[in-house]
Design a binder for this molecule. Structure first.
Ligand SMILES: [Zn+2]
Length: 272
């Protein structure tokens, strides 16, 4: 899937999950916590595609997310792609094909999703609010790029960076400082996982089984059959899926913030 769909799916899943936690488990979150979690999950859902590098020296190419913070993120993408390729070559078995590029390898695996989720949690536990502010800054930048792609394209990376900075600053000022923020790591990890699901339903698939060896391959690309696979950038993705994600997100927002509105229009599905 393309960036905007990934970001939208991350936001929708986080909002729906927050609603379900609130509704079924009585786990309520402040509006700020829900907003931060949604932005971080939307950003996390773009993180795996930071392995799509361009030509840094010429400031060309790269996935839209790789351009979020200008040449800096393009360079990071280059490093991530080369590292992923290194891990691929080091762990490939005899039936895995040779590769020249690390896209859709290491960052598109379950261990990667678990690692960034755990890493974020560890950073927040250790450095507290400062880690939260930095992570929110980075993830909000990615989320802005994904969710408001047309605007971000017009505004350019500098404006996107400034807006992400404002969001991070606002979060830092308003967030209570006495916690471990475990939900932040969860949001990043869930975001990455949602990205994998989004790529699984496209033709190319993702190496979701890595590092389990099967038939002399550790990097088997797993996807749904070509006949029903979603065409990247096609109407199935751009119209059907994005509309679906938007509806889920909006229903969750109503359920979280205006539950009485939902009750009055009597949606049986949401009454539990
Ligand atoms: Zn991807």
């Amino acid at each position: 899937m393309m960036g905007p769909s990934h970001a939208l799916s991350g936001a929708a899943v986080w909002l729906a999950g927050s609603w379900a936690l609130d509704h079924f488990a009585g786990y309520g979150q402040s509006p700020l916590a829900i907003g931060v979690g949604t932005a971080v999950c939307a950003g996390g859902a773009l993180l795996p595609d930071l392995d799509l590098s361009g030509r840094v020296t010429r400031n060309q190419g790269g996935a839209t997310v790789a351009r979020t913070f200008g040449v800096v993120s393009l360079f990071v993408a280059e490093v991530i792609e080369k590292m992923s390729l290194g891990v691929y070559m080091a762990t490939k078995l005899s039936h895995d094909p040779h590769r020249e590029n690390g896209h859709r390898t290491l960052t598109h695996t379950l261990p990667f999703a678990a690692l960034v989720g755990w890493g974020t949690t560890a950073l927040c536990a250790h450095f507290g609010k400062w880690a939260v502010v930095v992570i929110v800054f980075l993830m909000a930048g990615l989320a802005l790029r994904g969710l408001f792609d047309k605007w971000a394209e017009r505004a350019g990376w500098l404006i996107v960076t400034i807006v992400a900075g404002v969001i991070a600053f606002f979060t830092g000022v308003n967030l209570p400082g006495d916690r471990g923020y475990p939900m932040l790591g969860l949001a990043v990890g869930v975001g990455c996982f949602v990205h994998l699901l989004g790529d699984i339903i496209t033709k190319a698939g993702v190496p979701i089984l890595w590092p389990i060896p099967l038939g002399r391959r550790t990097w088997r690309m797993v996807g749904i059959p070509n006949g029903i696979a979603v065409k990247v950038g096609g109407p199935g993705e751009v119209v059907v899926l994005r509309t679906l994600f938007t509806i889920v997100a909006l229903l969750a927002v109503f359920g979280l913030f205006f539950p009485t509105v939902l009750q009055s229009i009597d949606i049986d599905l949401l009454r539990g």
